[in-house]
Write a protein that binds this ligand. Sequence first.
Ligand code: PLP
Length: 432
Amino acid sequence: MEKRRSLSIGCPDFREPMPTTAPDLFSNDYLSITTNPHARQAFLEKVSQLPFVFGAAGSRLLTGNNNSHTDFETRMSDFFGGPGCRASTAVLFNSGYDANLSFWSTIPQKSDAVVFDELVHNSIRDGMVASPLKAAGALYPFKHNSVASFRERVQNVLETHPNIASGEGMLFVAVETLYSMEGDYAPLLQIFDAVDELIPKSSAHIMVDEAHTSSLFGPEGRGLLYALGLQARVHSVLHTHSKGWGVGGATILTSAAIRKYLMLHARPFIYTTAPPHAHVCSLHIAFDYLTGPEGSELRDRLRSLSRYFEGVLQTALRHVPPDLLSLSERKIPEDYPSEIFSPIFPLTSRSPKLLEEFLRPLGYAVTAIPYPTVPRGKEGIRVVMHAGNTEEELDEFVTRLLQWVTMMQALEEHRKENGEMIAWQSQERAKL
Ligand SMILES: Cc1ncc(COP(=O)(O)O)c(C=O)c1O
């Protein structure tokens, strides 16, 4: 607590809910499914006809393995397991955190190694740390989104782990598609090409976390890998249902052998009650919705709003000192198709807490992201687009940002004048 206070991170007691009177410009509900009246109605109708709606009342390994779970997994594997896909069987988890923790703590073995982007999500890190690879010193980060650093790491690992180079160990690669704090995309094609070039085929295992792109891209929302035509080049994929899907839970698509191994060995899967029936019902509804015509409309809307906001914001911030407020660069690799966009806008500022304090009373559910959560110079707030936002809401928000900028500049001017006045007074006093 003291450490948090000394770093000005804040210590909320979570008794006050986030304000909700202003439009949602901050949550992960990219397609605004959580407030969609049609999806809600479809869920209420379906759930009222189910024989069971409450808890599964047991782990999947005991009494909790019901039709609702197995049917959903079959639906996921049919949907994602296209021609040539190795990631073609599905395991459902209570959350994306549990899914990553399960995979990374259970699947890599003592003789293996992992090369991972230095900014991967903490659920991946926690899993890796709980794996035998931590003690073996076989966890190797590479510089965020740097293909050169990735290649260098892989080459080093192959030199120091001859068993992997000779096909007797596995080199796991951990990357995300869209990084949610930075709003930038992994150079997936170049990383996969480097894997093919450098690692013996039988020793490579690529695991991609599609948390922030699942349902946003690709045919019927299959995700970024499908949008890039890379789905057959990966070994395992994580789709969280908590973000674009607007529900919660997550599915890992992987080989039949790994699916079975996870179910029999992953502690976050074994030692927990299976998702409640109403939860799985809402997953089916989200699935119907996202893969249907309305899903396409929502994706188009999100794209057009993201482009609109980028334009309005860039114009508005043109004359604002960058250290006061600026939009971070969000890199999209050049080989990505032009329809790929980022719905995440990291705004950096030297005073993120003051910006939060200005926006919260206006009803915005904003949270400042201070150092050390992000490196120095990257402190700020994250603004996120949603299919349910409107252009007017975005204009209003940008007006508020500019009001804050004007207020901060007036305050600084006032402080400067005050300082000059005090200096002048002390000079005059010295003359007496
Ligand atoms: C990249 C990534 N993976 C996994 C997770 C965990 O997902 P969940 O919120 O469903 O537990 C998150 C959540 O923020 C995430 O950003």
